[in-house]
Write a protein that binds this ligand. Structure first.
Ligand code: ZN
Length: 564
């Protein structure tokens, strides 16, 4: 069966509510274990059914935003998701209150109950209006960013279309592109300050209504972080300052020499080589062919997975008229199908779709056997290990995509990984300070961002750009506005991914087996529990980062970058 034949039908909400509530009642009044387990199965199937239809509507709408049928269907889900969330909430309440909890935990694992408890701590009916306000403000930010029209090189361009110019070989082009983007953002500086101010306020209010001291604790609960807290993360950031930032500073100096520039400005940082950044050497169909060879040779599991994706048309990769921008990977529960959506643009990012997004999809495929939906997906700190590690497991096949640029690609990939560690730590430190001090004015926030920016990127200079120099470089970042405290998950995951990179070079089979175990475990354990299961080091532990960074530094050092 192909994706096009997957059956869509709008859920009958009244009927769903009735059967859902009946099943919850059945669960609550169950007199023995089997009865309770049966009720759980019924509830989970209802959740799979609803999510399947929601995914199909979402995907088909994003494939053609002009399709009026799926436009209406998507609107239906946007409007009714809160009601469905409320049903889930009732189920979670019943779970944690169940007299059979201990016995159920023996069958389904403790974690389900912990997850339910955490989820309940993020919601009370009293915060409904404030949650809506939070969503509204996030959408305001997204809309403003999507509305960007920057006159550049004879055309009006949006922010993502400005991306390729930021890494252009021609320095003047990079500089002008950066200035044009800053100029647009500067005209909206006050609006962005205002939106952020309101977001910080409403989030703080929600947290206090729920009984938290500030929003930070609530954010950790929202992300399902059950076994580490802000102190651990602070230690993580300190390790990045100690071991990664000095290396990045050194690498940046090497780049300055490589690019033959007297001084590197912020607009020089996205270009890695005087001859230009590495690019894939073919179009979409060609790239899918290379990916097929890669996954076929990589392992029998990846071969089966990628064949499944292709045979069922579960990849939609190239930009098309009417297609939404961006990219994502999602899962269609009742068909056991991951789905990858992207808009290829001829850059290195296209290969990332076939490795990073495919890594997410591979994990979803490997976890589909879990009958508890909560165990099919882990928290994001683990999910990004699935994707980022696949990028590294794919290394032996990068020649297929990059040909003569392969060495450049590998060098870029590792330096980008190091950069990401500093970048995510900076944004995380900033958010901790902001939400710890909710009464700060926009100016105070910017002053703090400048100080932190100097710590994590001592070599970055904005002295020719007054807007960025004022401490505004966070203003265009969606994560800061829409998904607070998410960023650091990429940093945590990167450490484990780099460990796979190092291990795979020594003993590929062991590294791959561990990765497969991690993917198959899905979300059936906590962050630290899953790291232990897969034999990954705890990134909060002193030394864990220093060791892996030494390996990366040694590898990069052995490359004569001046000939790249
Ligand atoms: Zn990802």
């Amino acid at each position: 069966m192909k994706f096009e034949e997957y059956h869509y039908e709008r859920p009958n909400l009244e009927h769903l509510k009735e059967t859902f509530q009946q099943a919850i009642e059945g669960f609550q009044t169950a007199t023995d274990l089997q009865e309770a387990l049966n009720a759980m199965d019924t509830i989970n199937q209802l959740r799979f059914d609803f999510n399947t239809m929601a995914s199909l509507a979402y995907i088909r709408h994003s494939l053609d935003v002009n399709d009026t049928f799926y436009d209406e269907e998507k609107t239906f889900f946007d409007q009714h998701n809160p009601q469905f969330a409320q049903l889930n909430n009732l189920y979670y309440q019943a779970l944690v209150a169940s007299p059979l909890k201990a016995e159920l935990a023996k069958h389904k694992g403790d974690l389900l109950f912990k997850k339910a408890e955490l989820s309940l701590k993020t919601f009370k009916p009293d915060i409904m209006a404030d949650l809506q306000e939070e969503n509204k403000l996030s959408s305001e930010f997204n809309k403003l960013m999507a509305s960007a029209e920057i006159e550049f090189e004879g055309e009006k361009r949006n922010l993502s279309q400005m991306g390729p110019f930021a890494q252009h070989k021609d320095r003047d082009m990079r500089k002008r592109a950066s200035k044009a983007t800053s100029a647009w953002l500067e005209t909206h500086e006050e609006t962005l300050d205002h939106i952020y101010d309101q977001l910080v306020n409403v989030r703080t209010k929600i947290a206090k209504t729920l009984g938290y001291d500030n929003f930070i604790e609530l954010a950790y609960t929202r992300w399902g972080r059950s076994d580490y807290g802000p102190k651990d993360i602070a230690q993580f950031r300190q390790q990045i300052l100690d071991y990664v930032v000095p290396l990045n500073t050194e690498l940046n100096e090497k780049k300055r020499k490589r690019l033959n520039l007297e001084k590197l400005y912020h607009y020089d940082l996205s270009l890695n080589f005087a001859s230009g950044n590495p690019t894939p050497k073919g179009g979409k169909d060609w790239m899918v062919e290379q990916a097929s060879i890669m996954y076929q040779e990589m392992s029998k599991e990846t071969d089966e997975f990628f064949t499944f994706m292709k045979e069922r048309n579960l990849l939609d990769l190239e930009a098309k008229k009417g297609k939404r921008g961006g990219g994502y990977c999602t899962f269609i529960a009742n068909y056991g199908s991951p789905y990858i959506f992207s808009n290829f643009n001829g850059t290195l990012g296209d290969v990332d779709v076939l490795t990073h997004e495919a890594g997410h999809a591979f994990q979803m495929y490997q976890s589909r056997h879990h009958d508890v939906p909560e165990y099919r997906a882990s928290s994001q700190d683990i999910m990004e290990i699935h994707s980022m590690s696949m990028e590294f497991f794919a290394w032996p096949w990068m020649e297929l995509f990059f040909k003569e640029d392969t060495e450049k690609y590998k060098y870029t990939h590792l330096t980008k990984a190091l950069n990401l560690l500093a970048y995510t730590s900076l944004l995380d430190a900033f958010q901790h300070d902001v939400y710890e001090n909710p009464s700060w004015t926009p100016e105070e926030r910017k002053a703090r961002f400048k100080v932190l920016g100097k710590q994590f990127f001592p070599y970055r200079t904005y002295d020719d750009d007054p807007y960025l120099e004022r401490g505004n470089a966070w203003q265009s970042i969606m994560h800061i506005f829409a998904i607070p405290f998410y960023m650091i998950d990429y940093g945590l995951a990167q450490i484990s991914a780099l460990q796979y990179w190092a291990e795979a070079r020594e003993d590929r089979d062991t590294a791959w087996q561990s990765y497969l175990t991690l993917c198959q475990a899905g979300g059936s354990d906590s962050f630290l529990g899953l790291l232990k299961l897969a034999n990954r080091r705890n990134p909060f532990e002193q030394g864990s980062i220093q060791d892996i960074i030494q390996d990366v530094a040694a590898y990069l050092d052995a490359i004569d970058d001046t000939r790249l």
